[in-house]
Design a protein around this ligand. Structure first.
Ligand SMILES: *Cc1c(COP(=O)(O)O)cnc(C)c1O
Length: 238
């Protein structure tokens, strides 16, 4: 019997579908291992540097939330995919001159770390759209070159963000230093729980942490949204 070859017109074939299945199994297993309800953990498929056809394949396999890091690249894909009911999340660094495009096109932003940026997003959020869901990015390892606020600034930042009804503060996001992520994830879980229990933030339900390499550790530490790129779509061209 000859080996069945992949369709050359669609080189990724059913690979994305199979990868998604495996990532969802990893999430379920991690939830089971750590006594978490799997329904409380959602998967954000990070599609940066991958084309619309890859997103279609993931969408057709049941994936609905997609994360993008570059505004123009994302908007190009949104235009190609406007007929699909996708929820778009912005997860990259935010430049001031991009806030309008973000406020007009995304449902979620995970990478807010300056009040000035939050204010622009609030003022530029179109009135006909629901409030923009927002996570505060934390620089949990206090790395000099990394985006995100320090933990010491968090409580003030949370209170200041409540002033804009166009923004709905949903939680926290972090990208820990490669390697030593468990202690960092635990610190995130602690502050997340503290703010949640303080009751000052009614919609605070999202702890966005964990990527391809460390999603199990993040789930062990309370993550409610893992952001996975490589293990769904394959390696990115740089
Ligand atoms: C690229 C990216 C991811 C996905 O990382 P992988 O290692 O490819 O899973 C997650 N979060 C953010 C903020 C990213 O920029």
């Amino acid at each position: 019997m000859s080996k069945i070859t992949e369709n050359p017109c669609s080189p990724s074939g059913s690979r994305i579908k199979e990868n998604l299945r495996l990532v969802n199994l990893r999430i379920e297993k991690a939830a089971r291992d750590h006594n978490r309800n799997k329904e409380a953990i959602s998967l954000l498929a990070v599609s940066k540097k991958h084309g619309a056809e890859s997103i279609i394949e993931a969408f057709d396999s049941g994936q609905q939330h997609f994360g993008e890091n570059y505004v123009q690249e994302a908007i190009d894909k949104m235009q190609q995919l406007s007929s699909l009911d996708i929820t778009w999340h912005f997860i990259g660094p935010i430049q001031s001159n991009k806030t309008r495009a973000i406020a007009e096109n995304f449902s979620w932003v995970h990478s807010v770390d300056r009040l000035k940026i939050a204010e622009r997003l609030a003022k530029q959020r179109p009135a006909h759209l629901p409030p923009l869901n927002l996570c505060i990015q934390i620089n949990i390892d206090e790395e000099a070159s990394k985006s995100g606020i320090d933990l010491a600034e968090l409580e003030t930042f949370v209170d200041q963000l409540q002033q804009w009804p166009q923004l709905k503060l949903r939680g926290l996001m972090t990208i820990p230093q490669a390697g030593a992520s468990e202690a960092a994830f635990r610190r995130m879980q602690d502050v997340f729980t503290r703010i949640q229990q303080s009751g000052r933030c009614p919609d605070f339900d999202t702890l966005s942490m964990g990527m391809s390499a460390d999603l199990e550790t993040a789930i062990a530490c309370g993550s409610t949204m893992v952001r996975v790129g490589t293990d769904i779509f394959g390696a990115r061209q740089t």
